[in-house]
Design a protein. Structure first.
Lengths: 122, 318
């Protein structure tokens, strides 16, 4: 049933994209980009899932299992979890950049409506 | 700077909002997004399910975590060990984002040494247009704005401020309930944040820990106001600490290159697993990452919060 997670991640991405291309309010555009970004976290973590597996941690072992058993056994993919950890932090910083641009645009144009930001047109 | 004719400026605040004013061609966007959603859904159902074998790189990380890095936390081994160089690149991506926020949020350069343009006309810009009729609400908002800009003592407690003022909230601190709650939560969160990075067998290490510590500072700011964090949250302090963190990461990597022949290879003796020193250079990298992320995110957030009240439109410049 992990395919349901993939589909939800894909739909979340499309929902974010819909917000980005249909909304005129700049803060809502940034929110849409954040939703698109979050959908990738869900996809990455879901891709790392393995049926009947354990977390890729070699401590706190169940009785009768050694660290070697776990290292060679059925675990969730640690590489995709690593991508997710770093992506979350970078996402926060990139959202801060977007919001700074929004504040500067709002100060310059006295508006957060993209329709009013026409100076780059033509 | 370009001169814009006054009539070419759109009448933003005067325009009457229409029911669809928040949307930009919603039906076209909906059709495009739905089309993409259909394609993505078909593609997603074709992805491997939970029964596929682990890729080789993941299997190698599982096998190497203990013998080569002495850590039981395989995700941390991937972040700071076998894919350390990639994390190094991502860290400097974070640094670049923080730089972008700092540069974008910086006010106009004071140029009084040359011609004094920055100060000229400031009082006129701040004043209301004498031809405009100002009502009670506007006068109240302007008074509050000028009070905020001067940073004069505001009520310490939110309970001392009248409700429903047409102005930014003046009180520097929130109510006593929130202040007490934050005093307790901040300590617990700070300890958890350091714990996440300090122990060599907690997931993620410095990345999530740095975010937790940055969150603690924002929490303190929210509850107690800027004056509570003013002594610590200064560019001179935070930027130097952040650069020290970045230098530490570079140092760990370059020493690995010099001593072991590979960037970010382990050059420290391995301590007993599940102890504070477990992980070798992985722990050092994680610690410097904690410093880098905590200060970087704090700088970005406070640069954004501190963006000046630079509301003068540029079209008056010539």
């Amino acid at each position: 049933m992990i395919v349901a997670n993939y589909v939800v991640a894909g739909l979340l991405f499309c929902l974010g994209l819909f917000a980005v291309i249909s909304q005129r309010h700049l803060v809502k555009v940034v929110l849409g980009l954040s939703v698109m970004e979050s959908s990738t976290y869900l996809l990455l973590v879901s891709l790392g899932y393995r049926e009947n597996s354990t977390a890729p941690v070699l401590a706190g072992l169940p009785t009768g299992r050694s660290q070697h058993d776990l290292a060679t056994g059925n675990v969730a993919d640690p590489v995709l979890q690593n991508f997710c950890i770093t992506a979350v932090v970078i996402g926060v910083a990139v959202t801060a950049v977007f919001l700074t641009v929004v504040v500067r645009a709002a100060q310059h144009y006295r508006s957060v409506d993209t329709v009013d930001l026409t100076q780059l047109q033509g | 700077m370009s001169v814009i004719a006054a009539e070419s400026l759109p009448a933003m605040s005067d325009s009457v909002p229409t029911p669809t004013a928040h949307w930009h061609r919603p039906w076209l966007s909906a059709a495009l997004a739905s089309g993409l959603a259909a394609i993505v859904t078909v593609a997603m159902t074709g992805l491997p399910g939970g029964t596929a074998a682990l890729p080789h790189i993941a299997r190698q990380a599982m096998a190497e975590a203990l013998p080569r890095w002495g850590t039981t936390e395989v995700v941390s081994e991937v972040v700071y060990g076998s894919r350390g160089f990639d994390t190094f690149g991502e860290t400097f991506l974070l640094l670049a984002a923080v730089m972008a926020v700092v540069v974008l949020s910086r006010g106009r350069e004071p140029r009084h040494e040359y011609v004094g343009e920055a100060g000229a006309g400031r009082s006129e810009q701040a004043a209301a247009d004498p031809h405009d009729e100002s009502d009670e609400a506007e006068r109240e908002a302007r008074a509050a704005e000028s009070e905020e800009q001067q940073d004069r003592p505001a009520p310490d407690d939110a309970d001392d401020d009248a409700l429903g003022r047409r102005a930014p909230e003046r009180a520097i601190a929130m109510t006593v309930v929130i202040r007490v709650g934050v005093r307790i939560a901040a300590v617990i969160l700070a300890v958890i944040g350091v714990y996440l990075a300090a122990w060599g067998y907690t997931p993620g290490g410095g990345f999530p820990a740095g975010l937790v510590l940055a969150g603690v500072i924002v929490l303190l700011y929210t509850a107690f106001g800027h004056r509570a964090v003013r002594l610590a949250v200064r560019p001179r302090i935070l930027e130097i600490i952040e650069m020290a963190g970045a230098a530490g990461i570079v140092g760990v990597g370059v020493l690995g290159l010099m001593l072991r022949g590979s960037m970010f290879d382990n050059w420290l003796p391995l301590a007993l697993q599940q102890t504070i020193r477990a992980g070798g250079t992985l722990q050092a990298f994680s610690g410097f990452e904690l410093v880098e992320v905590a200060t970087g995110i704090t700088i970005a957030i406070f640069a954004l919060l501190g963006m000046g009240h630079d509301w003068a439109p540029d079209e008056e410049c010539s």
